[in-house]
Design a protein around this ligand. Structure first.
Ligand code: ADP
Length: 346
């Protein structure tokens, strides 16, 4: 199995620990995203035959869909090591040096949230990606000179929730670019079943499907919902997750039958009650909800957009008739048409 080297990594929060424990270890254990997994299987096989490192890979897609999972599975497949860092942790080129000098032949450097890496660091990493060398400037002014340092051949894996924010030159340097999409209910139900077994928890098939239906198409959410159902089953019953128990546990957690949680409903309430259904901007919504704009755009909105509770127009976010219906409110168009017209026959 791959050795993970963590340089300068802060202790991970609970969610990350749980994710790490449930994360698949090999490509064949990865559920769903079959096209991506098959392309990676081919690339791994070729890399072993050619005795060359895997080409640099970029994963993009909303949070919790498996970008880190794919990145951590690959070193296991290749029998190599991985170092993990993230864009915000690399504020200057020197922050990259320990990672680059620690590289082993064909090892992996994983940079999460790579779109948040400053431009100077991005430019510093280009020669490392292209020619496995870095240029270091020593001294300054007239005495400045540049020395080139050769690196071990490695694979950079970048993950981003905002593919569009990555610069063109950075994007072009990745040999493979893989977009991860939301999972089907069947795929999530399988993930729930497999993970319940890893947690030694008995769960009914119908409960797996119910948890999957309410997990916003996202494995990380499914893991969190399963975790809560398991706690609820132990805390209130005999530890077995039946369909009835899963429904009660999710209700207790304020996850409704459509899969929306407290934050989703609050978003829609603010948009409808405070902004009259929109259109309004992300900054105004985030300020009113008292949450970070990134949480709003990366975690809450993608699911509401996908489920058509929300549309985004050049003028801003607008609630759909479906959102008004969910909140039991009349859509402005409907209230207009309800008003008696002078031309109504009676
Ligand atoms: P991302 O990096 O895209 O935010 P992660 O890779 O951290 O998402 O995925 C979150 C968790 O969801 C993982 O720890 C893993 O348990 C689970 N997961 C993600 N993708 C899959 C998958 N395809 N099959 C099984 N479990 C998955």
């Amino acid at each position: 199995m791959a050795r993970e080297k963590t340089l300068g990594a802060s202790p991970p929060p609970d969610d990350k620990n749980r994710d790490a424990a449930l994360r698949p270890k090999l490509l064949k254990e990865v559920i769903g995203q079959r096209n991506v997994a098959e392309r990676l299987e081919i690339a791994v096989r070729a890399s072993k035959i050619l005795n060359e490192p895997l080409g640099h890979i970029l994963f993009d897609g909303p949070p919790g869909l498996g970008k880190t999972t794919f990145a951590t599975v690959l070193p296991n497949e290749l029998g190599t090591s991985i170092q993990m860092t993230s864009g915000p942790a690399l504020s200057k080129p020197a922050d990259l040096l320990p990672f680059l000098t620690n590289l082993e032949e064909s090892s992996i450097l994983f940079i999460d949230e790579i779109h948040r890496m400053p431009r100077v660091v991005e430019e510093f990493i280009y020669p490392a990606m292209e020619d496995f060398r870095i240029d270091i400037v020593l001294g300054d002014g007239v005495n400045a000179r540049t020395i080139s340092m050769h690196l071990k051949r490695f694979t950079l894996i970048g993950a981003t929730t905002r593919g569009g924010m990555l610069s063109g030159p950075m994007r072009d340097r990745f040999k493979m670019r893989e977009h991860l999409d939301y999972y089907s209910v069947e795929e999530l139900a399988t993930i729930v079943k497999v993970n319940a077994a890893k947690l030694n928890t008995t769960i009914a098939d119908a409960a797996c499907v119910e948890i999957a239906r309410r997990s916003r198409g996202t494995p990380r959410v499914a893991n969190a919902r399963l975790h809560w159902c398991r706690i609820y089953a132990v805390g209130t019953a005999d530890g077995v997750i039946s369909l009835d128990l899963a429904e009660r546990a999710l209700l207790q957690q304020e996850v409704d039958p459509t899969g929306l949680d407290k934050n989703d409903r609050r978003y829609l309430e603010v948009l409808v009650d405070v902004f009259g259904g929109g259109p309004t901007g992300a900054d105004a919504m985030a300020a009113t909800m008292n949450i970070a704009v990134d949480t709003l755009t990366d975690e809450i909105e993608p699911y509401l957009l996908r489920e058509q509770f929300l549309i985004r127009t050049p003028r801003g976010r607008t609630a759909t008739a479906k959102a008004f219906q969910l909140l039991g409110k009349l859509h402005p168009e409907e209230s207009k048409s309800d008003k008696p017209s002078l031309f109504d026959p009676d």
